[in-house]
Design a protein around this ligand. Sequence first.
Ligand SMILES: *Cc1c(COP(=O)(O)O)cnc(C)c1O
Length: 390
Amino acid sequence: MTGKPSLVPLAIPNLLGREADYLQACISSTFVSSVGPFVTRFEDSLARLSGAEATTVVCSGTVALQMALTGLGIGAGDLVMIPSLTFIATANAVSHAGAAPWLVDCDAAGWTMDLDRCRHLIETETEPAPGGRRHRTSGQVLKALMPVMIMGATLDFAATVALAREYGLKVVVDAAAAIGAAGPDDTPLAATGVDAVCYSFNGNKTVTCGGGGAIAGNKGLIDRIRHLCSTARVGRDYDHDEIGYNFRMTNVQAALGVAQLERLDDFLAAKLRIRNAYADFAGGYQSLHPFPEPPTGRSVHWFSGFWYSGPDATLPSRFREHMQSAAIDLRPFWKPIHLQAPYRTALASPMPVVDDLWTRIFPLPCSTHLTDGDLDRVLTAAREFWNVHD
Ligand SMILES: *Cc1c(COP(=O)(O)O)cnc(C)c1O
């Protein structure tokens, strides 16, 4: 025994419901592969939750985004606008679909893709083209906007869809971390006028399948994606009508997902409680602020914490070191896409907001079963630091 306190992790799965029972049912029934009752149940529940005509589940959130683009006919020679402030999977999904990301700065108030900046780029750097807008210097065609519901925050769907329609673009929403979120008046995500909504069920997400993803959209799109993801097989024989993928989710993963969704309301309530604790804490310090939340619609606070607005550029890394030495798992936030090696030469807007912001963001422990004792440990350690440095 070293006497050191155990680490308070950032976000770990809460598997205290019927997960084990449902996994046992997969084994007892031998339905452990890509066909099975839990796959169907999970897809039906997700479609209802999303207000979508249909939903299909896949093996990861990255694949969900990739296949939404492919299903919409977006690929080689095309551009997709994404915010630079996101997890790298958003950009990778665009690349895997054969297209290229066009990186856009965030708006300072909401941390979501700056729509004014998007409009300016479209107006000044593109011209009309079939199915989208041709980028004058590269010749690539902008086909879609892919906004990110950052850490579960909702979006201005009306403005996003209006901008896209004005220029003939599709909208694919990276809702990887936003299960349970909604638009204005509780409009479910897939009923906001967008073309596709994509979720992740990675181990650190609010609802996890261990790994997995889903796409919600209209029936034609989802049927097309389901076909592509299951080897493009037609009929019962080994006939395949195009080059498909094996991107399916297994019944074992879906069993976890079904058990997790049964407790979604509890998970969301726990996330909100944690979010409010960090927001209350931040309220006591001049230079700390909760993560932003759009005024209308419902955000879900997958990650919460606070950010630092003060002048001392050395404080963020010193705060991380302080928390790590108190055995609190505080890591740097996602390094923006335009600073990542594979995307340094990608098309990109100027990035004044993201360049200044990303190091100032502190995502704090937020597992749905975070104990009061652990929350207290986080806040006590943070208080020790900010009482001296605010
Ligand atoms: C988690 C996440 C993804 C990727 O999902 P995976 O299931 O890990 O592939 C994509 N975008 C965002 C914003 C995420 O948070």
